[in-house]
Design a protein. Sequence first.
Length: 468
Amino acid sequence: MRRRHCLGCRPPPDQARMTDTPPNQSIRQHISRTLRLALPVVVARTGILLMVAVDIAMTGHAGKDELAYLGIAAAPYVMLMLVGIGMLSGTAVLVAQADGAGARAECGNVWRLAMPHAAMLGLVMSLLCLGGEQFLLLIGQDADLARGGGGVLVMFAWGMPAVLMGVTTTLFLEGISRPLPGMLVMLAANLVNAGLNWLFIYGHWGAPELGAEGAILATSLVRWLVLAALLTYAYAMSDSRQYGVRQGAPVVWSRGRTLRRIGYPFGFAHGLEASAFATLVLMSGYLGTAALGGYQIAQNLIAMAFMGAVGLGMATAIRVGNAVGRQDGPGLARAGWTGVGLVILLMALIVVLFEVWPEALAGIYSGDPEVLAVAVPTVMVAGWMLIWDGAQGVLMGALRGAGDIWTPVILAAVSFWLVGVPLAGLLAFSLEVGAPGLMLGMFGGVVAAALLLGGRFAVVSRRPVRRL
């Protein structure tokens, strides 16, 4: 009997062949394959952040206090989420290397091993979010701001396990060069999220008027729907057995050590970067609610633009990982530097938007004159940071795909905490530049990271290729 397949579950021919690439590809081939992987990843990652952007924009129209509550809560939440994602990033590396080596059943084995890790991490992160009000009070935030932000963090907590399990499944699908499902799911999720926001932020159709808490309640509900959709796709793939998704080889739990050996350092690296940016958001809170709201707007615009770098970084990590699986040293170097070149071009285009239309971009989030007075100059400073930030993001992905573990973490620590944060504090407070000074200080940290990671990849790409 002919087996039936669900619509969209059979991989397109080009997508199925994306990792079956010969060594010594031309730069044009590297560009083509990287973009084919990156574009759906960019849309999917942008979709994740677009939820936050829509939450901020819709909450901003509920009042500047509600926007401040969301901004002060988003900083520790994003830091925790990125640490969790970083700790699970070994999933994509191991899956890409296994797929490049033709060991398809091992791909599903890695995913089934990573999912319990994701669930446990999600629970731990949720518990930390539940103590949000006490944390905000501990670091000296205003009592009202801590109370409002703590309530928002409670709502964030309900969705954290779904976020990390959904990301793990997305990393598995991207690792086998099938990024399209994650993109489509996130596009649909954003429509649902906007509708639920309309209900819970403003209290329409008899729903409670919850302001910032309502925005994140809606987002947490949508996170669970996203996870359900991704799991449905993974199990319904026509070659799910071949990839070890179901009834595959028994999970080799000893591989968990390799997963942790890759993931934990990168979780630490994500934490260093995210905590540095979160520290600046918290520092902006000491400048007042208008400064906090304005800085949060600029920060969110950067994060949205950076999704292009995230997509190219993930595509580059997968392409480098495939090259490692094929034992293709020249291909590894070309894949990495191609990703860097592409992200510089992309970020240069986005810089134009930030410099020419900063008022229009900031106005999407708030109409408050005090907030906009802070947001506009901060957005203009942020624009010039994007090229360097994109380059360091892709270089980190290339090093991850190559299996270089601790050195990039050390370089990130030096860049963000010994350069970026101290310089930001000096400019914002000692020299009284304010919120734009916070962004300008982090500009210095990002430049340092790009230069140091670029030098490291130049060294790693000349070494003999070795699979993890």
